[in-house]
Design a protein around this ligand. Structure first.
Ligand code: KG4
Ligand code: ZN
Length: 369
């Protein structure tokens, strides 16, 4: 069966065709994967402008879907189902995809499958690598989320930990803005950090706030982890962002060298700040993920979402996996940042679990996985 998938949760208009293989170990095959990015539109505002995003989705969606079908060599009449991201995301953006998917499903008399965006990021790993050795600890690390899931059986995702404040990708984007580097910040910092000294600034692994330490909420279901570990799973990145902000404003008052912008720190420092910031983010993400994977007795570790494109995160994850004797899975770069192929994979999973939507399906800005 061929499934058409549509993803419009943020600033990428995406469509893909995914086919079933009949092989339970590697259940899906990618037939096409089209992404129209709006980055150049939002860049001049320093971040995604929701109203501009939904208008651009409207302009792009027909062409993107047509191209996905063309490249797959599949006509509308050969589709067995349509999957669409229902949430979480920008509601105006999501609505474009949801309405478009509904019209296709209704017109061709095929089922409509609602997909959680983060299930898409998780299933991108299976689309690429086949079913993961289970149980798996899967870190979803993107612009909107930093969440650790425990996958005991295919298609079931248990939330173990999450960020209390900024997502890791959001921290990358905010720090890039502070350094006058442009949007989105992740790829720019990733590249710049290669030229910097990652020990130049003694940033530290982000810690919970005092209130969190005194009255910790526990995200993981009771009994899954020892209490000490359960209290320590959640992430926090806003303190690190503040530490970078302090360094930048100190530099502003003491520096006299060449600058990247009128307001930013000296060019020579920026690579060092980027490298030091990135060292700490990667350490925080991997320390927590591997520690919890150990407690959970995981047979594999997955890392997915936009930030999984990060070169240092990939290299260190692999090194830690080798050391711990745990296979580590990341998506290829084309499936790391937002795309519809991953929504197609999660869509086929859900469809075969019996999940379809009625015509009153609505977009949801936030929803639990
Ligand atoms: O998954 P994604 O495309 O969208 C969301 O679901 O949020 O993730 C986008 C995020 C952005 O914050 C972007 O800066 C970050 O992923 N990102 C990276 C890299 N490439 C994208 N962060 C670090 N290093 C990268 N190479
Ligand atoms: Zn995403």
């Amino acid at each position: 069966m061929n499934l058409l998938a549509i993803e419009t949760s943020c600033d990428e208009t995406a469509a893909a065709v995914i086919a079933e293989t009949g092989d339970p170990a590697k259940p899906w095959q990618l037939r096409s994967n089209i992404v129209a990015s709006q980055t150049s539109i939002h860049r001049e505002w320093g971040g995604v402008v929701p109203e501009l995003a939904s208008r651009q989705h409207l302009r792009d969606i027909c062409g993107v879907v047509e191209r996905a079908l063309d490249e797959a060599g599949v006509g509308f009449e050969q589709l067995g189902a349509v999957a669409v991201t229902q949430g979480p995301g920008l509601v105006g953006s999501l609505l474009v995809g949801v309405s478009f998917a509904k019209s296709i499903a209704w017109s061709f008399g095929i089922p409509l499958v609602p997909v959680h965006h983060l299930a898409g990021h998780i299933e991108s790993l299976v689309l690429q690598h086949g079913e993961l050795p289970l149980p798996a600890a899967v870190l979803v690390v993107s612009g909107g989320h930093t969440s650790l899931y425990f996958v005991r059986e295919p298609g079931h995702y248990g939330l173990i930990g999450r960020t209390r404040d900024d997502a890791a990708g959001e921290a990358y984007d905010k720090v890039a803005k502070l350094l006058g580097l442009g949007y989105p910040g992740g790829p720019i910092i990733d590249k710049l950090a290669r030229q910097g000294n990652d020990r130049a600034y003694p940033f530290r692994v982000p810690r919970m706030t005092h209130a969190d330490r005194v009255h910790p909420e526990i995200t993981a279901p009771p009994g899954l982890l020892p209490e000490k570990a359960a209290r320590n799973v959640d992430f926090s990145f806003s303190g690190l962002k503040t530490a970078v902000m302090r360094v930048v404003s100190d530099r502003r008052t003491t520096d006299h060298g060449p600058r990247t912008t009128d307001h930013g720190p000296r060019t020579t420092d920026i690579a060092d700040i980027a490298a030091s910031f990135q060292r700490v983010v990667v350490e925080a993400l991997l320390d927590r993920t591997f520690e919890i994977a150990g407690w959970l007795g995981a047979a594999s570790v997955g890392i997915t979402g936009g930030v999984s494109a990060n070169s240092r995160l990939r290299a260190e994850a692999e090194a830690r996996g080798a050391k711990a004797g745990l296979p580590v899975f990341v998506p290829p770069l084309s499936l790391s940042t937002d795309n519809a192929a991953m929504i197609g994979a999660a869509g086929l999973r859900r469809f075969r679990m019996g999940v379809t939507a009625d015509w009153d399906l609505n977009a949801l800005a936030s929803m639990a996985l």
